[in-house]
Design a protein around this ligand. Structure first.
Ligand SMILES: [Zn+2]
Length: 276
């Protein structure tokens, strides 16, 4: 019996360590996000926005520390953020979003990978890029992905402007998307940098769009390399997560390099769903 007890004890310790590591993967990220709130330009009306996707803050993985923090309750998370944005899928399956495109080099390669993995995603499009590369928007739609309005020119401060200006911006973007794909369904809006304001969310709602947030941000825009992008996604993801990645706005070779393993691992662990 003593041998069996020892084995049991070893298993318990192992379980604690594994549990601790799993917790660690996301808690420091959340802490970093919270710390950013104090120094970032987030509006006061926004109690818990995600970290800005285009923040100049240098990204660095928080040093892991082994803790024995008891596991948090694993009940269902709210799909709706504090300001009314959609933050999770509402199911176990996770969703992928690609921002700042379309881009002539990276978007086709991302689309190739999604097609190979039989995965569909949401593309948050910038109006000026849509105007330059309408054929890519057509391909995104043809291959069954979902569209999201990401403003006309990635205006980080759009949400602070008068509602009429926000409306004109989002309408111009939707118009450009529908020039590329007549009748295209644009169900979502994502504010650049996640700098949500009640005004921006309300205007988007009036235009029939849900404000689409995220809860996993590997900061691929800062080009940390494919391995870091993969490890950050897998370390932070939870059931129902919405993952923020970028197919535009710069050199996305790291994101592209991370994609095969990210797609494989997310499919295996959670399944990948399409937001629509
Ligand atoms: Zn963006």
């Amino acid at each position: 019996m003593s041998h069996r007890s020892a084995v049991t004890a070893a298993l318990v310790v192992l379980a604690l360590l594994v549990g601790g590591r799993w917790m660690m993967g996301r808690d420091p990220a959340e802490t970093v996000a919270q710390q950013r709130l104090g120094v970032g330009p987030a509006p006061a009306a926004s109690p818990a926005p995600p970290p800005p996707e285009a923040s100049p803050t240098p990204s660095s993985s928080p040093a892991p520390t082994v803790t024995r923090t008891p596991k948090k309750p694993s009940g269902p998370r709210s799909t709706i953020g504090p300001l009314g944005t959609k933050r999770t899928t509402g199911t176990k399956r996770v969703a992928l979003t690609f921002d700042d495109g379309p881009h002539p080099e990276w978007t086709p390669k991302i689309l190739d990978q999604l097609r190979a993995a039989r995965v569909r995603a949401t593309f948050c499009l910038v109006g000026t890029e849509v105007r330059k590369y309408p054929a890519l928007v057509a391909r995104i739609v043809r291959e069954g992905h979902t569209l999201c309005n990401h403003t006309w020119h990635h205006e980080l401060d759009l949400g602070t402007k008068p509602p009429a200006e926000i409306k004109a911006n989002l309408e111009a973007t939707n118009r450009e998307i529908r020039k590329a794909v007549p009748g295209a369904k644009i169900k979502f809006f994502r504010h650049p940098g996640g700098k949500w304001t009640p005004a921006a969310i309300a205007v988007a709602r009036d235009l029939g769009m849900i404000s689409l947030d995220w809860d996993v941000d590997p900061q691929d825009w800062a080009k940390p390399g494919a391995k870091a992008v993969h490890d950050r996604v897998i370390g932070a993801v939870r059931p129902g997560s919405i993952v923020l990645l970028h197919d535009g706005g710069g050199d996305r070779s790291g994101t592209l390099g991370a994609c095969p393993a990210v797609l494989r691992d997310l499919k295996r662990r959670y399944g990948i769903t399409l937001l629509r």
